[in-house]
Design a protein around this ligand. Structure first.
Ligand code: OGA
Ligand code: MN
Length: 359
């Protein structure tokens, strides 16, 4: 039975009566490794050598990692995120997050606090940029980005509401908070209600996109820095009406174009529609290069489309992915999503050891 634990196991070579091993009724892909690693083996069967590594007492169930694509997206089962996690499960989740950059946790029943508590296990949280916008009352706690199409009274927003125009930016390929000096490391988006059709989220693997570039392009990109601003992505949609206070609250910031993910050592493109010019290049050349790279990085083979189910929690690594929301009838259906966002440890230029010349 290589690679899996059986629900029960008969020691037929011993002549003894059947010994039932109390292990997971499912077949966790990592279960043997987990047992070996986390010391959950409480005793061993001396009769049958095959069973010697298996638990014969009740075993806390390890998480199940089920790949959706070979190296980009996985579903995680046998975990209840509303409860404090076993340290071993957290390690297994983080390992999976290093291999896959998008993790899906189906059927989670989370209060706002439970969602935030799980997010905090990845690092310190951001607060929403809506705090800079004085025109909206918050519908969810300030630690969340409200990604719904709802107003503070839980009614579907109006066609020309400012919140709607602002959120249309989510339909462009981006990575969260690259317009902040300290960008986002991870986002955890939770679906509380979803439309019956449309409203999917697409994810692009920028590690795979980087690896697929020709060597001369990789060399050309090394050390380049782009200027990111939320007003760049909104301007792409023709949305330019922002107050001085809003603009001053979110000044443009430099971000490296290529970065290394510390946990895996893999290099990744770091792109977003928030990116504008590239330092040291004429503005049109820089913008054309960024548009070309976004087109490259979002080719079919690098993209996974998530079709939401209610109570899905999806986590993605903003350091090496882009995402965008797909269209739905947002004036008809409620789509109630809340996002907790974990900060990165430093600006990307700092992480890459790049010094940016003053603009
Ligand atoms: C986000 C985002 C897209 C979507 O939550 O950061 O971009 O499909 N969401 O809601
Ligand atoms: Mn986003």
């Amino acid at each position: 039975m290589p690679g899996s634990l059986q629900q029960s196991h008969s020691c037929s070579n011993s002549g003894s009566s059947e010994i039932r091993l109390l292990v997971s009724p499912t077949l966790p892909i990592y279960s043997k490794a987990c047992v070996a690693r986390y010391g959950r083996v409480k005793s061993s069967c001396t009769i049958c050598p095959q069973a010697s590594k298996m638990a014969v007492e009740e075993l806390p169930m390890a998480i199940t990692v089920c790949p959706v694509t070979p190296s980009f997206v996985a579903e995680i089962g046998d975990i209840d995120l509303s409860r404090p996690l076993e340290p071993a499960d957290l390690v297994a989740i983080k390992d999976a997050f290093t291999t896959y950059a998008v993790l899906i946790f189906p059927d989670q029943h989370l209060s706002q606090d439970q969602h935030l508590d799980f997010a905090k296990t990845f690092g310190p949280l951001e607060t929403t940029i809506a705090l800079f916008r004085k025109d909206t009352k918050l519908r969810v706690r300030k630690e969340f980005a409200d990604v719904s199409n709802l107003d503070p009274d839980n009614a579907v927003w109006g066609e020309n509401s400012r919140q709607r125009l602002f959120q249309l930016g989510n339909r462009l390929w981006h990575t969260d908070s690259s317009f902040k000096r300290l960008p986002a490391r991870a986002s955890l988006l939770y679906a509380r209600s979803i439309p019956p059709i449309g409203g999917h989220t697409e994810f692009a693997d920028e590690r795979a996109a980087y690896e697929a570039l020709p060597e001369n392009m990789k060399r050309r990109l090394q050390g380049l820095v782009a200027e990111h601003s939320i007003f760049n992505s909104r301007a792409r949609l023709g949305f330019t009406e922002f107050s001085d206070e809003e603009r001053q609250g979110m000044p443009p910031v430099p971000q490296a174009l290529v970065r290394t993910i510390p946990e895996s050592g893999r290099k990744s493109l770091y792109l977003a529609s928030h990116a504008g010019r590239i330092f040291g290049m004429p503005e049109p050349d820089g913008r054309a290069l960024i548009d070309g790279l976004i087109a490259h990085a979002t080719q079919r083979q690098f993209v996974y489309t998530h079709r939401w189910r209610v109570n899905d929690l999806v986590i993605w690594d903003n350091r090496c992915t882009m995402h965008r929301g797909s269209e739905f009838d947002d004036l008809r259906w409620k789509r109630d999503m809340q996002r907790a966002t974990v900060s990165d440890v430093a600006n990307t230029c700092e992480q890459e050891g790049i010094t940016v010349a003053a603009a």
